[in-house]
Write a protein that binds this ligand. Structure first.
Ligand code: NDP
Length: 329
């Protein structure tokens, strides 16, 4: 097999103006790593949208091959855990930010960053789940560790029609939680109900400035939106409840009061997928393999080609992507 491969490359000129192009590269141009992977599928996450459009400083080294997650087959390995032919998944670890990433037919990475593709899961399924689904599962696990079980009451998911949101709704519903889905796209009500949402609420109910405390409405939450939305979610969380926060689609700020924490014992649980330790990753992927209704994945995902990622990045930034985008090589 040839050492040449196609890639998306982000470059920056002297005025720090960013541009994106399709290039052909050679394997010896890849960055250091002890495992070379034939990338079979990747995806377009919100973070990839930020990187490609340059709307936030996700890329911290130029030139850069963007793309923060992939699934594929090991082509060469000098790492004790991996051999040629192994099927692997990579999420995060700075790939697509400081280390050449997923929007290429080849990737060279540290073997420590890889986890095995669960048996029976295709590369395409793994990327329909992607970092979004793996993060959704990390959020579910955080709520469970805090004792938020289905009998405690409803759980709200914000940004429910997006990638993390859609999979969070599906996972929670599958585990028996009553899911309240908050969305700016009420036209997606049927889609969200199909995923298992019990109640749909409009994004506007939560997007304005929050009162210190509101009516207690849910025992837990998974928030991908941040800013006022997270403040409102916290202010309406029941006594002793918890909210897992993983995103910033509305904003990075948190204009909240301490009232939910000190008067209702509410907990705010931070979730990071990028540097999450390997045992947590292995647990998340094995639970996804067992617990996520994969028949529903085809309903939440659309397949595109490597040549479509720039357009898809603009769509995700405009909030026009429903569920998940899978990029097949
Ligand atoms: P998507 O774009 O697929 O989903 C985000 C959703 O948020 C949108 O679909 C929309 O949902 C909602 N939304 C968008 N803009 C606004 C706004 N201005 N106000 C309120 N809601 C808004 O992105 P992902 O699911 O891939 O990622 C979601 C968030 O999670 C991002 O901020 C991302 O950076 C973060 N993330 C963090 C990770 C971590 O490790 N902590 C890992 C993965 C993602 P709807 O149309 O239903 O309202």
């Amino acid at each position: 097999m040839s050492d040449r491969f196609k890639a998306v490359l982000i470059t920056r000129d002297e005025e720090k103006k960013q541009s994106v192009s399709f290039v052909e590269m050679n394997e010896n141009e890849l960055m250091d790593g002890d495992v070379t992977v034939e990338v079979e599928a990747t995806t377009v996450n919100y973070k990839d949208g930020l990187a490609i459009t340059g709307k936030a400083p996700v890329v911290r080294r130029f030139p850069m091959i963007p793309g923060v997650d992939f699934a594929g087959t090991v082509r060469r390995s000098a790492h004790r855990d991996w051999k040629e032919g192994d099927k692997v998944i990579l999420n995060g670890w700075g790939v697509g930010e400081t280390h050449y990433g997923a929007y290429a037919e080849r990737a060279r990475v540290s073997g420590d960053w890889l986890v095995p593709l669960p048996v029976g899961m295709s590369a395409r399924d793994a990327m329909a789940i992607g970092t979004a689904g793996y993060t959704a599962m990390l959020c579910v696990m955080a709520l469970e560790r805090h004792g938020i079980t289905p009998d405690r009451g409803a759980v709200i998911v914000t940004g429910a029609a997006g990638g993390v949101g859609s999979i969070a709704v599906s996972l929670l519903a599958g585990l028996g939680y009553e899911v309240v889905a908050s969305t700016g796209r009420l036209s997606e009500e049927a889609y969200l109900k199909e995923l298992g949402a019990h109640e749909i609420i409009a994004r506007e109910e939560l997007s304005g400035p929050a009162r210190p405390l509101g009516k207690e409405r849910w025992a837990g939450g998974i928030d991908v939106v941040g800013s006022h939305t997270l403040s409102n979610v916290l202010s309406m969380t029941c006594y002793g409840g918890a909210v897992a926060a993983c995103g910033l689609a509305q904003g990075m700020d948190l204009p909240a009061s301490v009232a939910p924490f000190i008067l209702r014992g509410v907990s705010l649980l931070g979730v990071d997928s990028v540097m999450a330790p390997k045992p947590l990753r292995l647990e998340a992927w094995s639970r996804i393999a067992r617990e996520l209704d994969r028949a529903k994945l085809s309903a939440v995902s659309r397949v595109i080609g490597l040549g479509d990622v720039v357009k898809a990045a603009e769509e995700i930034m405009a909030g026009q992507v429903r569920g998940r985008l899978v990029v097949e090589m």
